[in-house]
Design a binder for this molecule. Structure first.
Ligand SMILES: NC(=O)c1ccc[n+]([C@@H]2O[C@H](COP(=O)([O-])OP(=O)(O)OC[C@H]3O[C@@H](n4cnc5c(N)ncnc54)[C@H](O)[C@@H]3O)[C@@H](O)[C@H]2O)c1
Length: 324
């Protein structure tokens, strides 16, 4: 029995692939390498394939005895999704339908899916719980919400067994330094601030310093990628034991402001760099913090790397000697 890790050459998928192998699972990483890195697939087998191509998915299912799927493959640039929604609806929704079809044809019913806090849009309060209204404010968030709804219908009609994991801000890197975050283009705050610290960028811009938060900058919930990996393994065990299809937030429930991230990077790296205070960007909520009480209660998951200092330290360890 093997696990198919779609998008496993990417940032989060590669960390889950490592964890699965450490726990003794046999993995097949399926990735078209549009954004992923071949070098990040250090464990299991690799199949270069595209979810838009049904025969690529069928080949993988015919060659390997796949018992469960982890589905990370998607486009995830919020701004681009506003300018090019078609690209996002095709890759994130239509291509997921392709995957679900082949899974069904091969009697594979377990899937663990990367959703996002972006499905909540502007929350009415924090911490965000799973039962709060989901009103995405961009096509990216909408694609993920659509997949969530599709899963619900497939569970009813076809017996799909899913765990939908709504991540807050994935951050950090493998504590052993073997893999890490490398997006091109990069839009995530921690690697961008680290680039400023290492002189790869001239400065870091802080968008908005007049929010209703203690230091005026936006507050986000950073969750260590290794904690995410642990939650994925627990979600798999949950489905293996017959757990009902369900939705879980994965966050630390700790809000960290952009200025606190900048400060943590200065402390960890010991480097000074230019910080530019810029106006707010449209569509950035002041505060996004998730409650992970449900994941703790049902999956038995507890984040280990809560503090921003550890998250930034691991990211920096990778960043200084990044292989890709
Ligand atoms: N990074 C975050 O903070 C965050 C937060 C919430 C949700 N997510 C979701 O988690 C998932 C992983 O995010 P990431 O940061 O690791 O992104 P990533 O871009 O590093 O990884 C995605 C991988 O999927 C592959 N891929 C994309 N389309 C494909 C296709 N059609 N066929 C085969 N492979 C394909 C890419 O090549 C890439 O390796 C995404 O679904 C993203 O929406 C990420």
């Amino acid at each position: 029995m093997a696990i198919l890790v779609c998008g496993g050459a990417g940032y989060i998928g590669s960390h889950i692939n490592k964890q699965l192998n450490l726990e003794g699972y046999d993995t097949i990483v399926f990735d078209n390498l549009v954004y992923g890195h071949r070098e990040a697939v250090k464990w299991g087998r690799f199949v270069q394939g595209d979810l838009s191509n049904i025969s690529d998915i069928e080949d993988a299912f015919e060659k390997y005895d796949i018992d469960a799927v982890f589905h990370f493959a998607a486009f995830a640039y919020v701004g681009e999704s506003v300018d090019k929604p078609e690209k996002y609806y095709y890759n994130n929704v239509v291509n997921t339908l392709n995957l679900l079809r082949v899974m069904r044809e091969h009697g594979c019913s377990k899937i663990i899916f990367s959703s996002t806090c972006a499905t909540y849009g502007e929350p009415e309060r924090v911490p965000i719980t799973e039962d709060m209204p989901q009103n995405p404010i961009n096509p990216y968030g909408m694609t993920k919400l659509m997949v969530e709804r599709i899963f619900k219908d497939y569970a009813k009609a076809y017996g799909l067994k899913f765990a939908v994991l709504r991540y807050f801000n994935a951050a950090g890197a493998d504590p052993d330094g073997e893999i890490g975050e490398s997006h091109d283009p990069e839009t995530h705050i921690i690697p961008l601030v680290l680039d400023a610290a290492s002189g790869k960028r001239p400065d870091i811009k802080v968008f908005g310093t007049d929010y209703d938060t203690p230091d005026g900058s936006c507050i986000r919930d950073y969750i260590h990628v290794t904690d995410l990996a642990d939650a994925h393994l627990k979600a798999l065990h949950y489905l293996e034991k017959g757990g009902e299809p369900d939705f879980f937030n994965l966050g630390n429930a700790i809000g960290t402001s952009v200025l606190e991230v900048v400060d943590a990077v200065k402390r960890v790296t010991g480097k000074e760099f230019k910080v530019v205070l810029a106006p707010r960007r449209p569509g950035d909520p002041a505060k996004l913090v998730g409650s992970s009480e449900k994941a703790q209660r049902i999956l038995g998951w507890k984040p280990e790397f809560g503090d921003i200092h550890t998250i930034v330290s691991h990211a920096w360890k990778w960043h200084e000697n990044a292989e890709y």
